[in-house]
Design a protein around this ligand. Structure first.
Ligand code: GDP
Length: 331
């Protein structure tokens, strides 16, 4: 092992960048392996105001997943949920396109109340994570409003209207992050990425366009990742040339990008030292300008999440810190 490799393995903090459901599966595996040595920086571009409430879908997915409260049948929201609120909304003729369970609702009401009173989102989420007994640090990418808008052939759509109401049917032409230009990374995000104990940065298998790009669009965040001097490794959200769930491959096709490992590396051009690729896409990795690790990446059960998390940790342990200085994109 090289000196830099030794130094790398002595450090213990992992920062993961994460969207919602796909990313949270790996974040759970990492959190079970690392406990309080994990920081998850979560996309807030999906946040929106609905029925007067501040909803943070990706943050809440990570929160519910890491606390064991996630609804595994639905794939979103809380387990053990009831739907009285939605039933009455329907009777009232109100907006019902976005489902809010009764237990989930309490989180949105309380968050909205506290944000209105001036509390930053980061501080509120830290308290909820602690009340839910989550050892990992869960950080919004910024406390400033960033709102993903999907420009489609049917016109511009706020993210949740595209994703939930229109079920990703409209053809995507462009994705923009309103507010990103003036958003600031929080002190907590900056501290995590500058932590001398930082061992690696992991980009979870989230949608690169809708979940990771908004994080990277926060000014200063990408340079902090580049300057961290530690391995940056992504887990591909593509298995067998397709997304496991959601519109990642559909959007890639609409934007003229093939659903391949190379395209993922190109998308994160200049950021990555390594890519974890599924066994089904193993043929696809020759000539990639980053190190690769080929393994089964489908996470159905908790054992899969644990196994993939360990594979990722082993992989970053094999990449010395100095790899960061010779990053290559495909362009
Ligand atoms: P969202 O915000 O809820 O859409 O969730 P993310 O952006 O975090 O995750 C969506 C991505 O996760 C999709 O591109 C899926 O292909 C990917 N994904 C979901 N489950 C898995 C899995 O078990 N393994 C891998 N490799 N990717 C997955």
């Amino acid at each position: 092992m090289t000196d830099s490799g030794k130094a790398n393995s002595a450090k213990s903090r992992i920062v993961a960048l994460c969207g919602g459901v796909g990313g949270a599966k790996l974040a759970l595996g990492l959190s079970r392996a690392l406990g309080d040595e994990l920081t998850v920086i979560v996309n807030t571009g999906d946040d929106f105001e609905h029925l007067g409430l501040h909803i943070s879908p990706d943050l809440d997915t990570v929160l519910y997943t890491l606390s064991g409260l996630a609804n595994k049948e639905l794939g979103w929201g809380r387990a053990d949920e009831s739907w009285n609120f939605m039933e009455v909304l329907r009777v009232l003729g109100s907006e019902t396109w976005f489902q809010l369970g009764d237990r989930d609702l309490a989180l949105h009401v309380e968050r909205t109340r506290q944000l209105k009173a001036g509390r930053p989102l980061t501080s509120f989420m830290a308290e909820v994570a602690s009340r839910f007994e989550i050892p990992a640090q869960i950080l919004p990418m910024t406390d400033d409003p960033v709102r993903t808008t999907v420009i489609t052939t049917d016109g511009p759509l706020p993210f949740q209207r595209y994703f939930v109401e229109r079920r990703c049917a409209p053809v995507v032409e462009e994705i923009i992050f309103d507010g990103a230009a003036t958003a600031r990374p929080t002190a907590q995000v900056m501290a995590a990425l500058r932590d001398p104990n930082l061992r690696a940065i992991v980009i979870c298998p989230s949608n690169p366009f809708l979940s990771i790009d908004p994080i990277l669009a926060v000014p200063g965040l990408r340079p902090l990742i580049e300057m961290a001097g530690v391995p940056v490794v992504a887990v591909s959200p593509i298995i067998g040339g397709k997304a496991v769930k959601g519109p990642t491959d559909k959007i890639m096709a609409e934007l003229g990008v093939p659903a391949t490992s190379r395209a993922i590396v190109e998308h994160y051009s200049g950021l990555l030292d390594g890519l974890v690729v599924d066994v089904e896409d193993g043929d696809d990795v020759a000539q990639l300008p980053v190190q690769t690790h080929i393994t089964a990446t489908l996470m159905k059960a908790d054992e899969d999440r644990d196994r993939l998390a360990q594979a990722v940790l082993d992989f970053v342990g094999r990449i010395p810190d100095t790899a960061n200085t010779v990053k290559a994109g495909c362009r």
